[in-house]
Design a protein around this ligand. Structure first.
Ligand code: DCP
Ligand code: MG
Length: 369
């Protein structure tokens, strides 16, 4: 039986974003070192540059005049923020084909939680690859992606093989990956903290392991706890979407098909219990107005059955949590095909935005083991 205890997080980050958009729209620039930013003569600063320019040591936030000294052939392009915003929206639209749990970090960066996605058989790697492919085919731009069990590792992963990279850290690989990870790769560990850590003899996350949490708190305050956790690959932060949650559901794919209705009913209890657990994490004022079940059969056809609850109920109320009702619905749904089932799902539909509003829902996506 598979469960979604382990999360699947993707971090997407466009390569040399502003510069790539400019070069795409003016292909003559493709073979040249290109920087987007202010003119050197006007004391400008570089927003970003393409990877050809990076070979000269040029990077974001560098004075344009300095960059020009490093690379006399550098081509400067003035930024067009409106255009970047528009492209950013187009990338977002592509991503939203695969999940609606999206946390944008900047114009070219976002976290996705695809733990419950059904695309590509739930393979986060294949979803990430599909997004990269769609962005390339439709927008002629390159985005790198990282896939991992949490945000911390997913962000590191997207950077690992940049540009044009896809890097996956599976839950099994996480510990050994972290072991040799230099501490300055931890988001938030800048120059000063790196030096402080180095002075303690800590170069890698592996080195951090031997330090007690209390000691790290002494040295780094509250951030000490975070360091302690990240060095162990622990990062429970949910992907924070502001979207309005319209439903909550739990699905299980079974390792062996459920051959009879009895088996389906018997196996459904775990699904029901998990649904109740997750509903408990919703805010008490959230209301629901429907419950539904889903069965995917062994030939991959599927059916869903919904029932309206009237009046709508508070999510904390117990009356909707009726295993017998869900069993009856499963039975009814199963009758439609009467075939072995590979997946059972149960869920609730939530009421209007006011009742089910955005950020209050976020703990939902925290994994619940
Ligand atoms: N940006 C900026 N000033 C900075 C850093 C970035 O104006 N100091 C802008 C320009 C970048 C965009 O934000 O194109 C995205 O930032 P990234 O850090 O993702 O950098 P790039 O996408 O340019 O490069 P890459 O992600 O390939 O390293
Ligand atoms: Mg980028």
């Amino acid at each position: 039986m598979t469960t979604n205890i382990q999360r699947k997080i993707i971090h997407i980050d466009a390569d040399a974003f502003y510069a790539s958009v400019e070069i795409r729209d003016n292909p003559k620039l493709a073979s040249k070192p290109v920087a987007v930013g202010g003119e050197p003569s006007r004391r400008g600063v570089i927003a970003t540059c393409n990877y050809i320019a990076r070979k000269y040591g040029i990077h974001s936030a560098m004075a344009s005049s300095h960059a020009l000294r490093l690379c006399p052939g550098l081509v400067f392009v003035a930024p067009n923020f409106q255009q970047y915003k528009q492209v950013s929206n187009q990338i977002r639209d592509i991503i939203s084909r695969y999940t609606d749990i999206i946390e944008p970090l900047s114009l070219d960066e976002a976290y996705l939680d695809v733990s419950d996605s059904e695309h590509y058989g739930g393979s986060a790697t294949r979803i990430a690859q599909a997004i990269r492919q769609d962005v390339m085919n439709e927008l002629n731009l390159c985005v790198s992606a990282g896939v991992a069990p949490n945000k911390f590792l997913a962000k590191i992963a997207s950077d690992w093989k940049k540009p044009d990279g896809l890097f996956v850290i599976t839950p099994n690989e996480a510990q050994s990956f972290i072991q040799s990870l230099p501490v300055n790769k931890i988001n938030g560990v800048g120059k000063v903290t790196t030096e402080k850590l180095n002075q303690l003899g800590i170069q890698t996350c592996g080195d951090l392991h031997s330090f007690e949490e209390e000691l790290l708190i002494q040295k780094f305050g509250r951030y000490g706890t975070r360091l302690y956790q990240l060095a162990r690959g622990i990062d429970e932060r949910p992907v924070q979407t502001t979207r309005i949650r319209k439903s909550l559901s739990v699905e299980h794919t079974f390792a062996k098909d459920l051959l009879t209705l009895d088996e389906i009913i018997e196996s459904s209890e775990r699904v029901f219990n998990e649904l109740c657990d997750r509903a408990n994490k919703l805010q008490p004022e959230v209301r629901l107005h429907k419950r539904f079940v889903k069965i995917k059969f062994d030939d991959f056809t599927q059916t869903t059955l919904e029932e309206t609850l009237s009046p709508s109920l508070l999510v904390k109320q117990t009356s909707w949590r009726d295993l017998q009702e869900y069993s009856r619905m499963l039975q009814q749904a199963w009758q439609r095909s009467q075939k072995p089932a590979r997946l059972i799902g149960m869920g609730i539909r939530l009421d209007s935005p006011e009742a089910s509003l955005g950020r209050t829902q976020l703990d939902l996506f925290e994994h619940s083991n």
